[in-house]
Ligand binder design. Sequence first.
Ligand code: THU
Length: 156
Amino acid sequence: MSKTKGIAKVDWAEISPEEQELLERAEKALEKAYAPYSGFRVGAAIRLKNGEIYTSNNQENVSFPVGVCAERSLLAYVGANFPETPPEALAIAAKRKDENEPAYVTPCGHCRQAMVETENRYQKPVKILILMPGREVYRIAGVKELMPLTLDNLID
Ligand code: THU
């Protein structure tokens, strides 16, 4: 295991069964990605406080900026449908078209900002798990590990 602050790189065998399940759900979800333009299929899975798991994937558009990442489509879905139930962990996995080996992926800046909003909304960090090549896993304590000096409060 290598560790930098709240970001740990761990082997598949070192993570808990719950973490494995969430990553496997993300990996499964990428199979239904709509990514005809990039060929980069991304799946995301989220576990809510009540233990329920929901999944999504990237949905691209011929007008490229209109496409939505897996993470943001999922955060919008659970925020809209289960507003009373805080998310606890978010798993991400990606594969290139016609490949079965996980590809290196990390959330884009837009998605990081969306995660900041979720953490602030529920006043709780959301653990991020990322499946990496070789089935290594990045385990990240919360989005603030990925984005310092966040814009997160306009109220006071
Ligand atoms: N993408 C995601 O859905 N999540 C990420 O974490 C990285 C990028 C999507 C956006 C686009 O559809 C494709 O992957 C290539 O960037």
